[in-house]
Design a protein around this ligand. Sequence first.
Ligand code: NAP
Length: 417
Amino acid sequence: MSICFSPYRFTLHSPKALSFSKCMSSQSINQFQINHALHASSSCLSLSEKMRCGRDRVCSVSAAAARAEISTEASFRSKAPKDINILVVGSTGYIGKFVVKELVKRGYNVIAVARERSGIRGSKSKNDTLAELNGANVCFSDVTNLTTLEESLSNLGYPVDVVVSCLASRSGGVKDSWKIDYEATKNSLLAGKKYGAAHFVLLSAICVQKPLLEFQRAKLKFEAELMQQASEDGGMTYSIVRPTAFFKSLGGQVELVKDGKPYVMFGDGKLCACKPMSEQDLASFIADCVLSEDKVNQILPIGGPGKALTPLEQGEMLFQLAGKKPNFIKVPIGVMDFAISVLDLLVKVFPGMEDAAEFGKIGRYYAAESMLVLDPETGEYSAEKTPSYGKDTLEDFFARVLREGMAGQELGEQTIF
Ligand SMILES: NC(=O)c1ccc[n+]([C@@H]2O[C@H](COP(=O)([O-])OP(=O)(O)OC[C@H]3O[C@@H](n4cnc5c(N)ncnc54)[C@H](OP(=O)(O)O)[C@@H]3O)[C@@H](O)[C@H]2O)c1
């Protein structure tokens, strides 16, 4: 038996228990899965001018006013897209790939940082990555090592205007979350800033509003430091994008339902809800953050179009599209609580199991917590207060997966045991 778990997804495989290899869905469940070009000639001059100009303004005006002014007047904002250099880290991820494509489509000069072996479990070669990120300047480097990353940017020979981070731990494990969601993301801020970046766009997650998991704490720590940097240095602005659930996190049961299997959910299937968003729509929203003045120095929760959907509603939609009679399995949430308490005990004896215990908590979190804005006035999740963006609906996505399968929507699973 193996348990595979990462943020937004949790998979329990059992060769014996067929029921476990069926999908159990809450917000994000799959199988027993809780789903969970450039002006090289002008570059040096424009860089030094921009930095000097930024400092002057910060000295003479209040910090907030300075930031607002810089956001509209910082030199990169007045340049043509082809002259704006955008560094994308996490460029090979599910969202990162689409962000690179969208930025290239909008005519920016995109520098996509990638590993020599990228993708889920390093399945992509350098050539695969070059083909996938066609149109971008691919920079093979190491975001986990600040010196290496800085050397890579130095070798570019021109400054960076904007950094977009779509980095994320592929496993959601404790140490990897701190290494990627915090340290590597911070390296990209420091390196980008050193080479002139004036704006940082961060792909975060809506669930950091209620941080109970290590990857959420790691993301929040970086968010806080990014905002702190922006308040101290008028030359740097930010947009923090906190999306709701991605399509890939909700599609794990589509093919099973198509094959006549039941749809599995926790509780009554109404414990949580989300406004699912496609990769393309989120990439478009992230690309908007490069120049949109109303997105400067903002935390931006964002969901897809339409109403919020519970797992029950997602299941009903799926049965209707598949032309099958609804057939649900409702699993008490207490099953998750029991599994977590066992894992918490085990980790006291076997500290090496800390990731397994963390994955259990991630599963529990996505089984019961909505991916919607948490209204500070009521303490409740609010679909109405969760902004919508884009045009791709979950219904269309389900219909496509029923026709064509889940290709391109693979989850980066990590086998724990
Ligand atoms: N899934 C959801 O429903 C959901 C909802 C809201 C928000 N989010 C957030 O969205 C963000 C991005 O998600 P995603 O699904 O696009 O992530 P993903 O597909 O797992 O991509 C992660 C990216 O980070 C890079 N990365 C990871 N570990 C690395 C390492 N050690 N060294 C260098 N690069 C490394 C990966 O590079 P390689 O290709 O080389 O591995 C990849 O480019 C995450 O912060 C997540 O929390 C997800």
